[in-house]
Ligand binder design. Structure first.
Ligand code: ATP
Ligand code: MG
Length: 242
């Protein structure tokens, strides 16, 4: 376990104060500006000290779907967060074998960090509604505050009633994130269709996708759309989501 601590921010050294650590979990396949804006809003609104971006190892909820390797998803996450001094990309889940559950991740973090470090698990409000169905939801409730980012067109009612009907005592803060209906699925679809990712994700991420030919991309000029070469990519990344 000690090895894994290395790429996590050191917090908690001043015992006279508490620290607030944001944890942005996701598949990040690929990471996009929606994730980044969401984390930045949470950082400001909740007065966080740091936000760690934690690409999921083998996410429980994405079993049976084709997902890019942890190495690729981590690399893109690192590229996307590298210019923000309070964002840190971590290999914490990617390096854990087997299916990764949020409750286990939070418990491992709890064991690593001193008690004066509080955890804020940031997630889309859509995911909040599923929290009650998570394995060990009671432990999630005990270990972290939840931050639910609202996505455009999302009805908070579903999240709120799910939390209310849960037997566990979740502490949830809902956060308005500026209109961003960006999703990883949308980006993958655009890559497949040879369309640009400009303004949807940081350019280094686009460069990485093309260099490593993810999502059916052809290696092309940096950031260039395949369209201009008349290239149509074939079967690429498949997923079951719209
Ligand atoms: P996919 O399209 O494959 O489902 P995604 O865009 O939802 O991908 P994930 O990696 O599944 O990306 O999301 C990680 C977390 O970020 C989830 O909690 C999700 O709800 C949240 N999230 C994703 N996109 C946005 C967005 N545009 N604004 C706010 N939160 C988002
Ligand atoms: Mg999603």
């Amino acid at each position: 376990m000690e090895m894994q601590r290395i790429d996590l921010p050191a917090l908690g050294e001043d015992t006279d104060r508490t620290y607030r650590l944001g944890i942005m979990g996701g598949t990040f396949d690929p990471i996009h500006n929606g994730h980044l804006v969401c984390a930045e809003c949470a950082f400001d609104a909740l007065d966080l000290d740091m936000v760690v971006f934690m690409p999921a190892g083998s996410p429980a909820f994405k079993q049976g779907k084709q997902v890019s390797t942890g190495e690729d998803r981590y690399a893109m996450t690192l590229l996307a967060t590298s210019d923000n001094p309070h964002f840190v990309a971590t290999r914490f889940e990617v390096d854990r074998p087997g299916v990764t559950y949020t409750a286990d991740t939070l418990q491992l973090l709890r064991d690593l960090y001193p008690d004066n470090v509080e955890f804020f698990f940031i997630t889309g409000a859509d995911a909040i509604a599923d929290v009650v169905a998570w394995r060990n939801a009671d432990r999630v409730a005990a270990l972290a505050h939840l931050v639910g980012a609202t996505r455009p067109g999302y009805d908070l009612g579903r999240a709120e009633s799910a939390i209310e009907s849960s037997p566990y005592d979740f502490d949830v803060t809902y956060l308005e994130v500026p209109a961003l209906s960006i999703s990883s699925s949308y980006l993958r679809e655009r890559v497949r269709e040879g369309k640009s990712l400009r303004y949807l994700t940081p350019d280094p991420v686009t460069g990485y996708i093309h260099k490593h030919q993810l999502y059916g991309a052809r290696a092309s000029r940096y950031g260039a759309s395949n369209d201009r070469y008349g290239i149509r990519s074939g079967e690429g990344h498949k997923d079951g989501q719209a």
